[in-house]
Design a protein around this ligand. Structure first.
Ligand SMILES: [Mg+2]
Length: 179
């Protein structure tokens, strides 16, 4: 049995696989981005080049962006916010929905027109479910992570068994094979 609050809207390997034009065509106006291991590999300072390029593509499509992070380092978050030219919600405390709601209120965009992209089931996907937001789950950029996240990865892997990669899920089809 699959728990719907822990099931991503769709699953991709990386943010760069998200098609901003397709999101716009679906009526999405705001993309909330997790920072660690979604935009910035854990232990590094700068966003990956493909992430910077993706943010530029998304903005060109008219998408608004905001970072929503559980990271406690304000300096790191400010640095990423500047690098991606996106505002940041700090102390988001995902999976609680309040930080995600603050980000949507800040952008003036409702949950139905928002998606969240993140790498963790128990913070990003669950938090998005609590806030009524569709979540695109991506693979973590690196296996490096804080200890409590590393300990939860096997649990996440178990919960994700059989969840296929691809956009098909976002279109309501359940075809495709896990890869
Ligand atoms: Mg993360």
């Amino acid at each position: 049995m699959r728990i719907s609050a822990l099931t991503p809207w769709c699953r991709l390997h990386a943010l760069s696989e998200v098609d901003p034009a397709e999101l716009r065509a679906m009526g999405v106006r705001l993309v909330l981005l997790d920072r660690d291991n979604t935009c910035v590999p854990r232990g590094e300072v700068d966003p990956a080049p493909d992430v910077i390029a993706w943010c530029a593509r998304a903005r060109k499509q008219g998408l608004r962006l905001a970072l929503v992070s559980n990271n406690w380092s304000l300096a790191a978050l400010r640095h990423t916010s500047e690098a991606l030219s996106a505002p940041v919600v700090t102390f988001a405390l995902k999976p609680l929905p309040f930080g995600l709601r603050r980000a949507m209120d800040g952008a003036g965009v409702p949950a139905e027109q928002t998606v969240l992209v993140g790498d963790q089931l128990l913070t990003d996907v669950l938090g998005g479910s609590f806030a009524g937001i569709r979540v695109i789950l991506v693979d973590p950029q690196t296996e490096r992570d804080v200890i409590h996240t590393r300990l939860l990865r096997p649990v996440e892997a178990r919960l994700l068994e059989g969840v296929p990669y691809g956009w098909e899920r976002a279109h309501g089809k359940r075809t495709g094979k896990a890869s």
